[in-house]
Design a protein around this ligand. Structure first.
Ligand SMILES: [Zn+2]
Length: 359
């Protein structure tokens, strides 16, 4: 029970812009209502164990150094409650189409064949978004995506139960909140776009005030979504894994090149079953789908040709972790080498525990 209370405490720091306190009494009430075990370390939990669910938050064009240097209390709360890769690797074609395709399919562009933002060459029959693979094993799971950038819904998704592109970040957050409060998604992918938009207009830099503003605005959207998640009536019977990542970095007003400033991305693996406080290295965008599948207890079929591995999770049998993801040319210089000159690094252990602050 103590461990469970700690887990609840980890969820509490999230704050949305206009916060109501309704979620907190609901969480407190759930403590005394709870009868099951606090954690479910086994892959095939009994029916009394919490139901595992996954929220993936994609933030377009978000540089890791901006995430860390801007006041982002909600994202930093997720970092504190999980494992964090501040120097993960994107697809070598650092555009949104190939980037999100790699996140969703678990393979690089030479397999998924997405080279640009038109996404007209997507090899989706052989390398579909992981939702399709998931539903083949677990048709009972309700899967959904709510995205700002419509081509993700229109070109990359298949075999998904609900796919929305409501037009802007505010609507993505509000539709996601509604779904979390009134629906019952098992796997939910969200996409926010503000940092990419600001980067193209004003520059992808942690020193650019408009870019910083966009990063902060997305953090508030994440806060709204997390507040809704915390207010779910059945939360005490659920076990959520929250993954947060981006598709590419950027420099000046551009991205698309195979350089560190464009290819360096981040990954947050957060929740009760994550390796809390761990700094991850050797992580890339193709690790997102295997991590979600491992958490849900669905084996990855070698025939799928996936190129990543599950990262940042604890209490999983070794066979669910692929030994080593295949690397693209040029990965070595940016893959898991930790901080480099000019990086802004805040170790997870040094992040504030009670009062969210930025820098
Ligand atoms: Zn993008």
């Amino acid at each position: 029970m103590i461990a469970f209370l700690i887990c609840l405490a980890m969820l509490l720091p999230f704050r949305a812009a206009a916060r109501s306190d309704a979620a907190v009494p609901a969480l407190q009430a759930s403590v005394s209502d709870r009868t099951g075990p606090p954690d479910a370390p086994n892959l095939r939990p009994d029916p009394q164990a919490p139901r595992r669910k996954v929220l993936i938050i994609g933030i377009d064009g978000m540089r890791p150094d901006a995430l860390l240097s801007v006041e982002t209390p909600n994202l930093k709360g997720l970092i504190r409650a999980g494992a964090f890769a501040s120097s993960a690797t994107a697809d070598s074609i650092t555009r949104s189409g190939p980037g999100w395709a790699s996140v969703l399919t678990g393979v690089w562009h030479d397999k998924h064949h997405v080279y640009d933002n038109v996404i007209g060459t997507f090899h989706g029959d052989a390398y579909p978004a992981f939702f399709k693979r998931l539903k083949e094993s677990r048709p009972d799971l309700f899967t959904a995506c709510i995205v700002n950038w419509a081509p993700i819904r229109d070109r990359l998704m298949s075999g998904i139960d609900l796919a929305l592109a409501p037009g802007n970040d505010d609507s993505v957050a509000s539709r996601a909140s509604s779904l979390l409060l009134r629906g019952d998604p098992d796997v939910l992918f969200l996409h926010f776009d503000a940092p990419d938009h600001a980067g193209h207009k004003y520059g992808f830099s942690r020193f650019s005030p408009p870019y910083r503003h966009a990063v902060a605005s997305v953090d508030r959207q994440v806060g709204k979504v997390m507040e809704a998640l915390q207010a779910r009536p059945g939360l005490y019977r659920e076990d959520w894994l929250i993954l947060v990542t981006t598709d590419h970095g950027g420099s000046f007003r551009h991205h698309g090149r195979d350089i560190r400033a464009h290819r360096r991305v981040f990954l947050i693996v957060s929740g009760n079953d994550s390796m809390r406080g761990t700094r991850l290295s050797g992580v890339s965008l193709v690790d997102v789908a295997p991590t979600a599948m491992a958490f849900l207890g669905v084996p990855v079929d070698p025939g799928w040709g996936w190129e990543g591995k599950a990262v940042g999770l604890k209490d999983l049998p070794p066979e669910t972790m692929q030994a080593e993801g295949r690397r693209q040319a040029g990965d070595a210089q940016q893959d898991g080498n930790g901080p480099q000159a000019g990086d802004v690094i805040i170790p997870a252990a040094a992040l504030p525990v009670k009062t969210p602050v930025g820098g």
